[in-house]
Design a protein around this ligand. Sequence first.
Ligand SMILES: *Cc1c(COP(=O)(O)O)cnc(C)c1O
Length: 510
Amino acid sequence: MTTDSPTKGAEEQHILQRLATLREADLPVRGGRTMAYVYDSGLDGLQELASAAQAAFDGVNGLDMTVFPSVVTLENEVVGRAAALLGGGPETTGTFTSGGTESCLLAVLTAREYARRTRGVGAPELVLPVTAHPAFHKAAAYFGLRVVTVPVEPESFRVRAADVATAITDDTALVVVSAPSYAHGVVDPIAEVAAETARRGVLCHVDACIGGWYLGHLRLVAEGGHLPAFDLSVPGVTSLSVDLHKYGYTPKGASVLLMRDAELRRHGWFAHAGWPGYPVVGSTLQGTKSAAPLAAAWAVTERLGTGGYVELSRRVHRAVSELIEGIGRIEGIRVLGRPDASLIAVAADGPLTDPFVVADEMRARGWYLQPQLAFGVSPANLHLTVTAAVAGSETVTDLLAELEVAVARAREAGPTAVDPALAELAAALDPDALGADEVAAALAIAGIGEDGALPGRMAPVLAVMQVMPPRLVERLLPEVIGRLYACPPADGPTGAGGSMSGKAPVRQGR
Ligand SMILES: *Cc1c(COP(=O)(O)O)cnc(C)c1O
């Protein structure tokens, strides 16, 4: 702490300069070359409209709908659009949430309460295909459910309805299926699973977080004619999550959880009147919540309309088809499964190509393909989220050309070798019993230093992670990332001093 008088605030120009400088280290959020985490419609003016809508609702607090009734109207209209698109009926209801994770958390929480109150389930279980999104594991961890995982088929990466049926017990609170799964982009056999859950009197959630908006529009035209029914119209499906901040191309912080009816939904609501302050009632995990993402989601969906989204979906579909075909022609790689949607998982074809080396090569060329570690029947691969911005024919051609070069270079370099002794050592470690020294040693083996700095090329780190049991990775990751999130020194880069120069903070060694 300094003993001087408090420093003056900084000049606006310096503040904005610093933000701009910090952003230079990030990957681009537009243009389609960052093939995970970001969704670009490629349309002129849409981003500007979204920003204006956000600005118009800046400061509005969705916590109290009696003070800000606008949020009720906007939420009802946005949820209504989702319900109309995704098989909702007159009874369908829903909630606007901050994102897919919150939608999934609320689906699980609602199901847990429903099972407890209507069937007296005291030790609730959550049945998940191994391909289900981590948000459901988070929900189970937060809300105290036991996860029962179900394997998927080796070539299709889909769960089998018969395997789900075996996993259901009297304690099952919820069964989850994906439309599609994030890792392989395939749709689970939803009608078959939901028929079984309906027969057993169990709730069934469709995770259409990433695919719902895209598939829902694609199936309105011939290109989507092959798609199986995956939404609330399927008998037995009781809830569905769909993100707007993915293929709705709206700013981040926007998702919808649809529910069969208000009677089911009410089990996930929370109300509290037992304190001296204002009575609280709400359907989400947040308290104070910005209405800006809701306003932006409303504005963007209003602007594009069904026709706009159908056109964007067709573009994505075309790009996906071209990419699958093009990847098939590149020696040394192959597409996993048969993607049903807009996500492609690219694995090695033969032992010579290391996908993670390909990812490093691509990153050096300005493309981000997301590494996915081998797990169960799924080999190591690279994930591509294809958005409308990729659909420009030049982008697809560029991507395929760069990928061909990257794969050739990766094959020259050969796969990253990991000392088998290391794998043995990793397997022998008890993740729950690791002390600080052992953690430091394990990280050093993975090439991660005391300061938490990540190496420029990730393939060697990923290769080591891959030989570690998932539980060990789960123990180490918070350590690695926790080191990144450390307070800057007290005389560090806040305030108005020369530290506003725009340089990233340089952390002193500890
Ligand atoms: C993205 C995603 C989620 C979680 O959504 P966030 O918006 O990242 O919180 C859940 N399920 C699937 C299939 C997803 O792709």
